[in-house]
Design a binder for this molecule. Structure first.
Ligand code: CA
Length: 258
């Protein structure tokens, strides 16, 4: 039985920053949803996040009909949809890197990215990410993280799983170890998850999860789940009420019966 998706997306500058370096893309025709969180001086961050989102969209449009030459090698062991999604993100990486290395004002710019691509009549999704923008899933009253941040703190935890809470608290909490635009190639994590009717997927930049605990995020979505647009606005309002230190972007997608 096929499933269909309801979606809402919203971004907000927050209360401390003077401009918004996040970008997001909602493409129901492709069942494709993306959030990117840019970084870099002189407003280069919003350039980087926009290039990332636009590159993914453009590659999906090109590969819809045209028999184009792919910019990277196709992995014959992975499905077409996985190759298409990974290549689209890697294309964004190349373009950001190219801009940042050829244009002084964009030097060092980069962006995180998280997104999902629903496939097989929306019965499953490929979830891809680079950096610390996140995907969560709310199912049967439980909110779980689908992605694991590419961050220094997670690298430490992997290398030394028995660190105490005090030791963890001393580690820098906001250093990411992977981003688009840093090198000519990037390693993108991708996984495939099954969808159930009633699942709500959340994509967000760290301006959301840096301001709200997972329990708070869950509570806000659950009390507004009848209308995803209201829920998206409520998440942003809650992050702002807790300080709004950073730009806040949310994309919410609900899996419903076709
Ligand atoms: Ca951010």
């Amino acid at each position: 039985m096929g499933k269909t998706l309801k979606v809402a997306g919203l971004t907000d500058v927050g209360r401390e920053r003077d401009h918004n370096e996040d970008s997001f893309g909602v493409y129901p025709d492709f069942n494709l949803f993306i959030v990117a969180d840019g970084m870099g001086g002189h407003r280069a961050g919003d350039v980087a996040s926009r290039i990332a989102v636009e590159s993914v969209e453009e590659f999906f449009k090109q590969t819809e009909k045209d028999d184009i030459t792919w910019p990277f090698q196709f992995d014959p062991n992975s499905p077409f949809s996985v190759n298409r999604f990974l290549t689209a993100i890697q294309l964004g990486n190349s373009r950001i890197f190219q801009q940042s290395t050829s244009n002084e004002q964009y030097q060092g710019m980069g962006t995180t990215i998280v997104g999902f691509l629903a496939v097989e009549n929306n019965t499953s999704m490929h979830v891809a990410h680079v950096g610390d923008s996140r995907c969560y899933r709310l199912r049967n009253g439980e909110l779980e993280g689908v992605t694991l941040d590419h961050s220094l703190i997670n690298d430490y935890l992997k290398a030394a799983p028995d660190l105490t809470e005090d030791q963890i608290a001393e580690l820098p909490s906001n250093v990411i170890t992977r981003a688009l635009g840093m090198q000519d190639k990037v390693l993108v994590d991708i996984q495939t998850i099954e969808n159930e009717v009633g699942d709500i997927l959340l994509l967000c930049s760290d301006g959301l999860n840096g301001m709200l605990t997972d329990d708070e995020i869950k509570g806000v979505i659950e009390s507004n789940r009848d209308d995803l647009n209201v829920a998206a606005k409520a998440l942003i309002d809650a992050a702002n009420a807790n300080g709004g230190d950073d730009n806040i972007t949310v994309v919410l997608v609900e899996v419903v019966e076709e």
